[in-house]
Design a protein around this ligand. Sequence first.
Ligand SMILES: *Cc1c(COP(=O)(O)O)cnc(C)c1O
Length: 405
Amino acid sequence: MKEILAINGGEKTVNENFVWPVYDETDVNAVAEVVRSGKWGNPDCEDLVAKFEKEFAEMCGTKYALTCVNGSVALRLALIACGVKPGDEVIVPPYTFIATTSIVLEANCVPVFVDIEPDTYNINPVGIEKAITEKTKAIIPVHFAGQSCNMDAIMAISKKYNLKVIEDACHAHGAEYKGMKLGSIGDVGCFSFQSSKNLTSGEGGIITTNDEKLYDMMNSLRNVGRVKGGQWYEHHNLGCNYRITQMQAVLLSNQLKRLGEQTQRRHNNGTYLNSLLEKIDGITPLARGLGETLHSYHIYIFKYDKSKFNNLPKVEFSKMLAAEGVPCFMGYPQPLYKQPLFLEKNFMCYAIPSEVDYSKVCCPVAEKACYEEAVWIFQNTMLGEKEDMDKFAEAITKIQKAVLS
Ligand SMILES: *Cc1c(COP(=O)(O)O)cnc(C)c1O
């Protein structure tokens, strides 16, 4: 018998309340202690910031880690420190958060969009190689949803053409590719601590690298152009104040203790949910087994085929699934090059060559993902129990039965 869908007043399939952020009294006390100490930030004290940077670098397996105000600024400082010049081209995917590409414009460089792979939604290395010109200086692969990009292929291309690789690891704290932490493979790795991310202090970011020169430059840019050994009012580079506070750092240190266990839990639940959803006609989880030894599932993504759901559009399906109690969302409504920012070239004071025309860009895989296919389930649900995953699959089956009958 067909059940009444929750969207039509029936019972919800999932009744769990998935919390985020996760915290307890140890977080509260750690922050309270800093508040009481009166040592909140630069210039008198940055010991807790330095401590967290050391801990994050250790977790990530890099020599250096440098905090900053957010993930966008992390990417911005990384790109500028890589030595790009106005008019240089930077290869980016179209299926990502706007910051991956807007920071390229802010560096007076040209974002060049390369389509994603249909089975992972990560940037396609074959497309990268085709897009390289004399002006190409860097690639920003995004480990989308926490699934590693094909880093062997991307690093090989970067060596062949002498390009910098900036990993956008804003979805990938603690995730791995062939046993290496994401953010430790390219020249620089960038992470966000914004409130939705897998490690958070409300806002914040961090940059990882093994390259001392890049580290020194990014440190200077973060710190108003000051340099090691220089005077307080001595400014060498065009930077700004992008530092975080001691309250953020101490919270991050405490949160970091949970990251390993949480990442493993998301990985396990995501893997289990794949095994359930791949049995449903018209639902395809993204591909696995492509080197991602640990998937951080910042987003759990599956592909939806409306032809198996009586042609119910994805947007309607996502709403029905959310009503069933599965925290989910249709994802990006369009690839980035379709945003007014790019179509209208509202680039403010930044100097992009006039011949650049984003209305001509077409990345069919990203378009299909946005318009038809991709459904996102939020990361905190992946911290749930195995039974919750069973319920998610049940909710999808319930919708399918209802729309087909
Ligand atoms: C969140 C995010 C960013 C930017 O991070 P903020 O801290 O919000 O500035 C960049 N890239 C991706 C893929 C993100 O998800």
